[in-house]
Unconditional design. Structure first.
Length: 515
């Protein structure tokens, strides 16, 4: 099937299911775009598809277990429909390779992260009678990145979209399988990144999240290629010191894509939070006032065993510098409990760091040994019930901090970028229009807003508006529009008449003076 072939009513259909991190969500979007560009159609349900793709990470054992469960559920469907193509993509595909085909004989295709662009042709070959195949080859000599393809027929560009800046990781944390499943760090050219940002914003995106396994270690590829080899640490940090090419990348995007309303990035490594990056937070209004900065533990002893290459005091100093650079900036983090050798005192140090850093959100995980990682050599000596109890205590601390933070915002005004309906069952363009919409503040709080009766909330999607917070929920905020914004909304009766792609309500000018 030729590239960019338009779909027809007889075109094959695909369904992609994603488990895991933001990078997996990004990769799934790129796979869907590649399939659409090759003439495939998106299926509404898994059972209706001719190709089912499971895309998952293997950083956590739970995601891998869920994948095996979901793939197993398709075995009866495959027995009834021999022409159904079942594919596994992502980090588990890279980790297991051809062994998945032997272990799961109803699976037809295994595709690693660097081979996702081959998915349409590989799937079509199998549909035409080709044998099962595993493609898990790293593109080390000539790195390539699947570019976003917005404005495809029948596919809307989301208000908030992802842009990958790099892939792979050089950190070698002792618990992490990413260097094995994603390979060494490879960096995307600045011009390519900026152009993709511009295309997405032109298609309707207003917030972009820059992605990378250690996103703030990004280097221009030509500079990276000229660097000498060294023995310790990532190449980017060894050579740059306090300078930050990543900060230069953010500045270039802010300068060259003026219609962009907000930039986020995930996930940074604390070692690469340089003075340049901190200065960018102080100087660029387009940078969100929130950073997700993984810490993993508050104990220096555990950080050393994890090979995190920073100390507790270094982490806290950089977190404090980020907060000082942009007043009101909030932090969230990742924490592993029950790492081999973790004592009650080690865990107490983690709790104290969580309090001192003031995290308003946290992803917590019980340690689970992953294949091909150095931590396999350490005895997993923390009992499962102790891990569960520590995780519960960790969540109790951060939940209290989140509740206090959200409560402190009641009565305040926050700037919200509206992303979609509050209810997943409420669709833009319905007869009743959007009666309740949600968005995120620049600090990443989720904000729900009731639209005045008879008004069309869909006009706010993709727009920034000031919202007064009237209530703090368990994990979100409830707010109300100011009177001028509410009155400016079109009536619900006009919602259906608004043509696709029509200019929505302009509430706030962009932050670069072009509004």
């Amino acid at each position: 099937m030729s590239s960019n072939a338009p779909p027809s009513p007889t075109s094959p259909r695909f369904f992609v299911e994603t488990f895991g991190c933001q990078m997996n969500v990004h990769d799934s979007t790129r796979m869907e775009e590649a399939l659409l560009a090759h003439g495939w159609r998106a299926a509404d349900a898994l059972e209706d598809a001719d190709l089912v793709v499971f895309n998952t990470c293997s950083v956590r054992e739970k995601a891998e277990q869920k994948l095996r469960s979901e793939v197993g559920r398709l075995k009866p469907l495959k027995a009834r429909r021999a022409d159904l193509v079942i594919a596994i993509a992502g980090c588990v595909a890279q980790q297991e390779g051809e062994t998945l085909l032997g272990r799961l004989p109803h699976v037809d295709l295994v595709v690693g992260p660097d081979n996702l662009g081959e998915l349409p042709l590989l799937a079509e070959t199998i549909r035409l009678g080709g044998p099962p195949v595993a493609r898990t080859v790293f593109d080390l000599d000539a790195p390539s990145f699947l570019a976003a393809t917005p404005k495809l027929p029948g596919r809307a560009t989301p208000v908030s979209a992802y842009v990958t800046t790099m892939k792979g990781c050089d950190e070698r944390c002792s618990y992490c399988i990413v260097p094995y499943t994603r390979g060494p760090e490879r960096y995307r050219p600045m011009r390519e990144i900026v152009e993709e940002c511009a295309r997405l914003v032109d298609a309707g995106a207003r917030e972009l999240t820059l992605l990378g396994q250690t996103v703030n270690s990004w280097l221009p590829p030509d500079e990276y290629a000229a660097l000498p080899a060294a023995d310790e640490g990532s190449t980017a940090q060894r050579v740059r010191g306090d300078a930050s090419a990543f900060a230069a990348l953010i500045r270039a995007i802010a300068r060259e894509v003026p219609a962009l309303r907000r930039i986020r990035y995930a996930s940074p490594h604390p070692r690469h939070v340089t003075p340049d990056l901190i200065a960018a937070h102080a100087e660029l209004d387009v940078l969100a006032r929130h950073v997700h900065l993984p810490v993993q533990s508050g104990s220096d002893r555990m950080l050393k065993r994890m090979i995190r290459r920073y100390r507790r005091d270094e982490y806290l100093a950089r977190a404090a510098a980020l907060k000082a650079a942009r007043p009101g900036l909030t932090l969230s983090t990742d924490v592993i409990v029950g790492f081999p050798g973790e004592t009650e005192d080690d865990f107490a140090q983690t709790l104290s760091l969580v309090r001192e850093a003031g995290f308003v959100a946290l992803f917590g995980f019980k340690f689970s040994p992953r294949p091909h990682t150095p931590a396999l050599k350490l005895a997993d000596d923390v009992p499962e019930e102790v891990k569960a109890e520590r995780l519960e205590r960790l969540f109790a601390v951060v939940d209290a901090q989140q509740r206090a933070h959200l409560s402190s915002l009641v009565g305040a005004e926050v700037e919200v970028l509206f992303e979609g309906p509050s209810s997943p069952n409420e669709k833009e363009g319905a007869v009743t229009s959007l009666a309740k919409i949600m968005g995120r503040s620049e600090r990443n709080e989720i904000v729900h807003v009731e639209v005045p009766a008879g008004r069309d909330g869909a006009a706010l999607l993709g727009e920034l508006a000031r919202v007064r917070v009237v209530r703090a929920n368990a994990h979100s905020l409830a707010g109300e529009l100011d009177a001028a914004t509410a009155v400016a909304l079109p009536t619900a009766s006009n919602a259906a008449a608004r043509p696709p792609g029509a200019r929505r309500l302009q509430v706030l000018g962009d932050r670069h003076g072009h509004g």
